[in-house]
Design a binder for this molecule. Structure first.
Ligand code: NAP
Length: 307
């Protein structure tokens, strides 16, 4: 790579928001590079079946959709680089992005780093990952065929994880800290009708029980304080996500949860820097809203570069 090369747009993160920015930028004739840590797709690539992205009447798996988005952007000239971003200097007219494969310079930067699963913060939680504790049902669900699993959380992710696991596991127990789900209504009825799904309302996981691997969880009733044990083979933690913004080192304004403050026009507190997809403050974090952000960021960046 040539460290003196100045890109029109550097996109950090190769999820749906990142690759849509790349598609629009490359089609607009901007010299564009996507820097992605692992593989295209971000969190989307871990999703087994996506039924709410228009254009695929039978749904599509996230990995395939990610590959298609990457290929489409590259067809118009966008480049991809697999590297980890360590540091950024975004304040000047030329932005500097330090990565494991060298330094990239760009006139504009799109941050599309998404968000990662939140942890419960329990003792031994990290050590038991891969030994009974998991954060991705579509990735690890297959290891729990005919087993008993607990899913923690009451949002859309938790219920779709529970629905997926109910087709693999013998029994799925949803543990939620309140007595109603946060998830969209359409999912409630479907789950209530599923024979091998049980609910433990007003409950939190207080402790992980284990030998060589997870053997159960100790629950605490949030109303009465009573405790009880569920024996289980797996625990899927599905309690929301944490935005990937640590590497920004306080250069950009973040909200109190760590999301980059940016409105529908994706502009951040720094001119020429845009935030797209799950990493920015927004009401609805979906693939369709991430791809819309990608198009908008390029629109704003083109105006900025022209000025
Ligand atoms: P979410 O909507 O923020 O839900 C997180 C859930 O975890 C909530 O029920 C919350 O409880 C619970 N929770 C949070 N911290 C907890 C803790 N420390 N201990 C126990 N429970 C805890 O997150 P999400 O389900 O990951 O969804 C994220 C976004 O993606 C949402 O906008 C969602 O709509 C979207 N999504 C959409 C789809 C779809 O439409 N197909 C699928 C997946 C995700 P409370 O309810 O009490 O706050």
């Amino acid at each position: 790579m040539n460290e003196n090369h100045v890109y029109d747009m550097i996109i950090v993160g190769g999820g749906p928001g990142g690759y849509t920015s790349a598609l629009y930028a490359a089609r607009a004739g901007l010299d564009t590079i996507v820097i992605e840590k692992l593989s295209a797709g971000g969190q989307m690539s871990l999703t087994w079946q996506i039924d709410n992205y228009p254009g695929f009447e039978n749904g599509i798996d996230g990995f395939s959709l990610a590959e298609k988005m990457q290929k489409q952007a590259e067809k118009f000239g966008a480049k991809s680089e697999y590297a980890e971003v360590f540091n950024m200097d975004l304040t000047g007219k030329l932005k500097r992005v330090e990565t494991s494969s060298g330094i990239y310079i760009g006139k504009t930067v799109v941050i599309a780093t998404g968000a990662n699963p939140r942890e419960l913060g329990l003792a031994k939680e990290k050590e038991l990952i891969g030994h009974g504790v998991a954060y991705c049902a579509s990735c690890d669900g297959m290891f729990y065929k005919d087993k008993i699993v607990v899913v923690v959380g009451g949002g859309n992710s938790a219920v779709s994880d529970a629905a997926l696991l109910s087709r693999i596991a013998k029994k799925v127990i949803i543990v939620h800290r309140r007595d109603t789900l946060r998830a969209t209504k359409i999912y409630h009825d479907q789950l209530m009708k599923t024979e091998n799904i049980e609910f433990r309302w007003n409950s939190t996981v207080k402790e992980l029980l284990y030998g060589e691997r997870l053997t159960g969880v100790r629950l605490k009733d949030t109303v009465t304080g009573e405790e009880n044990i569920i024996e289980c083979d797996g625990l899927f933690v599905s309690i929301g996500r944490k935005p990937t913004t640590d590497f920004l080192d306080n250069q950009i304004e973040l909200d109190n949860k760590g999301y980059i403050v940016a409105g529908e026009n994706t502009e951040t507190s720094i001119p020429g820097v845009y935030a797209v997809g799950d990493v920015r403050t927004k009401l609805l974090r979906q693939i369709v809203t991430a791809v819309a952000d990608g198009a908008m960021a390029v629109h704003m960046a083109e105006e900025y570069v022209e000025k």
